[in-house]
Design a protein around this ligand. Sequence first.
Ligand code: NIG
Ligand code: FE
Length: 418
Amino acid sequence: MIRETHDWDCVWIGANLATMRAGERAYGAMRDAALAVKGERIVWIGSALEARSRVASQPVRSFDASGMWITPGLIDCHTHLVYAGNRAGEFEQRLLGVSYEQIARSGGGIQSTVDATRNASHEALLSSALTRARALSAEGVTTIEIKSGYGLDLDTEARMLAVAREIATHLPLSVRTTYLGLHALPREFAHDRRGFVERVSGPWLEAVAAAGLADAVDAFCESIAFSTQESEQYLRAAQALGLPIHLHAGQLSDMGATELAARFEALSADHLEYVDEHGASALAHAGSVAVLLPGAYYTLRQTQPPPVALLRQAGVPMAVATDNNPGTSPCSSILLMLNMACTLFGLTTEEALAGATRVAAQALGMLEDRGTLELGKRADLALWRIAQPAELCYGLGVNPCLGVVHGGVFHGGRVVQP
Ligand code: NIG
Ligand code: FE
């Protein structure tokens, strides 16, 4: 498709593009290239030479991106970043040898964040969430998924989801919300598990869906949380409402959650430290993405990494996300997660970057719209001062991001304005 320059709002000229297109090697890289934007969309990709000659004959707003790398805007496809308080005290306990499971069973852990979140105002929740989201945005993230799950009553869950949506009005970020209805059993239902699962799967889910607050659902299917039967009841109700599914599966044990996710053709099964070849092949057949969360693995000092070789062999696409949450991954750095996915889990740098772009988009059901640099996709870009894409995975606490383009609009202070 040839597009005349009068069809361009602006063009980025001279950059190296890591297009991350599927089926291509070496990051789908194009050197000394150019990318043109019209409205929210990418409308032209070609050589810098050709872009310069078009711009010379027909003036168009152009950015000199010489020497930069441009990747798709990064996508953090698994976070819990709306919450109040923190769990530094629990961190100290764990350093003394108390396990995450012990803390959870004695009423701490998620429960303590639920107490803090229920007591927090909308403004307080928004302000702390914005701090975390801003840090992700500064590292090139343009889309984040945010789960509820620290309210565990309808009112607070709805408030969390509303705060999550509001983040998108303050920052150059698209937000996908997930109703994590089954995260922990709240104290007031301590003697009525069934009653809680019934409410979450029935009236609460219907209310959240009717208010348009959730793009998907999730459950914590685990020994210390909800059984496969309880999770299934919830997922079935969500499926009937047409809501896509994510599932926390195989984080601490293998109790068949991965197969459950596959049976529901979940968009993603997340964590997956405990999954065998049956789980891996079930995910492959279902077309589900494996979302790897090295921050939680690291924080809990786990010793069994997800079976990356098995997932690779089965053909399961792997995404990488922060799991930003106060208990198991108090982390607002997607770049650190890329590093850990390589160093702790054995991903290649290209797999890790795909995991926070193309595959993360797939995990959110948004691959048609974003996640690669291709004609017609959203112009969500991250601009980097690096000499090669592997640097995005190589540094620790290093942020070479120069800014982002979100829906065609440039945000960032470190790039020379046109
Ligand atoms: O993804 N595993 C369940 N949910 C979070 C942890 C939540 C918490 O500890 O607050 C996770 O690790
Ligand atoms: Fe999580």
